[in-house]
Write a protein that binds this ligand. Structure first.
Ligand SMILES: Nc1nc2c(ncn2[C@@H]2O[C@H](COP(=O)(O)OP(=O)(O)OP(=O)(O)O)[C@@H](O)[C@H]2O)c(=O)[nH]1
Ligand SMILES: [Mg+2]
Length: 462
């Protein structure tokens, strides 16, 4: 990205590059008004100077040639998304028309925007801080209603406000420490050791609660991956179909029906849930296709948030089940066992299962007698400790999480230094380290490569 080329005026398509009813072309920078005025003609084919926040209807023209009939909207700086003069042109949604208009603009000293450059300018011009800029991207990419809500709340400053509050607490403490450093001869301890410890502890608690919301909010934003495994013919695909509510996978009584992984996503409780059905795992197979399918099934286990191990409760456990138990022995915290086909005579119960796999996350189920699928899904949410979703208002991405963890470590160090009675000078130095982590979350004094990384994740036009 041309991080230093802010003097340029930029253009990009803000909507998808597809045939649609409308498309919006966005232009930002100091030439916006002048250039768009020069290519716009009113309905009675007159040139006109654009006025702030006035919607105009007319034509975009390349000299005398009309390229499209459009609606345009000019907003004068600084009250715009980027903080710069901005024009939005709403055209008919044909990529060819959009391309012609963009090419016309590019011929007039305007350049194509880079990824995230509009939002980058909003950040540089102080319209939003870095965590809010990141929330814009999360909002665009969110794939469930809860994730959207979370990104919107971050965009509205839920994370920034918390960070600013912590920064304020820390700055106040820092000021006390600095004063006692500046006037050592006064022999006044402005805060007692206990008071300092108490203040730090309060800040650590605030940081702790941010950290504890990380894994839950990450699951909400990224969605949950559930991998269905088990030996052949136990009802894996039947369970996939029950979760989806339609017959996505082929179900037959022939062992080895599913040979490849089948992946689908649904929304449950506002969270995106991706379910991966896999080929049945069994020891002996001469079928090369089945063998590849089984290898895929095994590697899917590695990416699962939850493994749904399906067992046919109507037949005794065998070596195949033992092999699967062995595969999952280190993944018990992620495994939910479903004893399926309980409409038939039940030969397996939890006690028998415990001989090869000790767990109490076991569900009795039947796709035939239509056990409600919520029984499985609710158990999964319970296992992942997903509750209070509606209460979760803060989402930390990995960059922010790492910085918060760093701040937490440094704060603990400060607490110990104060506890040992170390000098305010060292404490004050460490406090600055914490402040710089918090500043980095908000985007103050961040290095260029950090900005490059953040904004390169955006799409062009945002
Ligand atoms: N009685 C009974 N039969 C079931 C139940 N669930 C599935 N089945 C039957 O079991 C057979 C196998 O079901 P699938 O869903 O294809 O099993 P699978 O584990 O995907 O099998 P593979 O793809 O071969 O590994 C089919 O005949 C299903 O109708 C159940 O709860 N009760
Ligand atoms: Mg199957």
């Amino acid at each position: 990205m041309n991080l230093f080329k802010q003097e340029d005026t930029i253009v990009a398509l803000a909507t998808g590059n597809i045939k649609a009813a409308l498309a919006i072309i966005r232009i930002s920078g100091k030439l916006s008004k002048e250039v768009v005025s020069s290519i716009f003609k009113t309905k009675n084919f007159k040139s006109i100077e654009l006025e702030d926040k006035k919607v105009l209807h007319g034509y975009i023209c390349d000299n005398q040639k009309k390229l499209d009939e459009v609606i345009l909207f000019y907003m004068k700086s600084p009250n715009t998304y980027t903080g710069e003069d901005t024009v939005e042109i709403s055209t008919h949604g044909n990529p060819l028309i959009v391309q012609q208009i963009i090419e016309l603009l590019l011929s007039k000293n305007i350049r194509m925007a880079d990824r995230g450059e509009f939002t980058y300018r909003a950040f540089i011009n102080g319209k939003i801080d870095l965590s809010e800029a990141e929330a814009v991207n999360d909002l665009i990419n969110s794939n469930s209603s809860q994730a959207t809500e979370l990104a919107l709340s971050s965009l509205q400053g839920s994370l920034s406000n918390q960070i600013k509050e912590i920064k304020q607490d820390l700055t106040t403490l820092f000021a006390y420490l600095e004063v006692s450093l500046d006037y050592p001869e006064e022999d006044i301890d402005f805060l007692t050791r206990e008071q300092k410890k108490e203040n730090i502890q309060k800040i650590i608690s605030k940081i702790d609660s941010l950290i504890s919301s990380y894994s839950l909010s990450k699951l909400i934003v990224d969605g949950i991956k559930i991998v269905i495994v088990g030996k052949p013919n136990v009802g894996k695909s039947s369970i996939l179909n029950s979760i989806l509510g339609y017959k996505r996978a082929i179900v037959t009584d022939i062992a080895g029906t599913t040979t490849d992984t089948i992946e689908e996503t649904v929304e449950y409780n506002g969270v995106a849930v991706t379910i991966i059905d896999t080929a049945g795992i069994r020891y002996h197979t001469n079928n090369i296709i089945e063998q590849i399918g089984q290898d895929r099934a095994k590697s899917s286990i590695g990416i699962a948030d939850i493994i749904l191990w399906i067992i046919d409760s109507n037949i005794d456990l065998d070596d195949n089940d033992k092999q699967i138990a062995n595969l999952l022995k280190d993944k018990k915290d992620k495994t939910v066992v479903v004893l399926n086909k309980i409409d038939l005579e039940q030969k397996i119960c939890q006690e028998k299962l415990n001989n090869i796999f000790i767990t109490n996350t076991v569900i009795n189920f039947s796709t035939i007698n239509k056990t409600p699928i919520e029984k499985i899904l609710n158990k999964i949410f319970e296992k992942l400790n997903i509750k209070d979703i509606k209460e979760t208002k803060i989402f930390l991405n990995t960059r922010q999480y790492n910085l918060i963890c760093k701040a937490q470590q440094n704060l603990k160090k400060i607490y110990n230094l104060i506890n040992k009675g170390d000098s305010d000078e060292i404490v004050s130095f460490e406090t600055q380290n914490v402040l710089s982590s918090l500043n980095e979350i908000l985007g103050c004094d961040v290095k260029e490569d950090v900005l490059q990384t953040v904004f390169s994740k955006f799409c062009v036009g945002k």
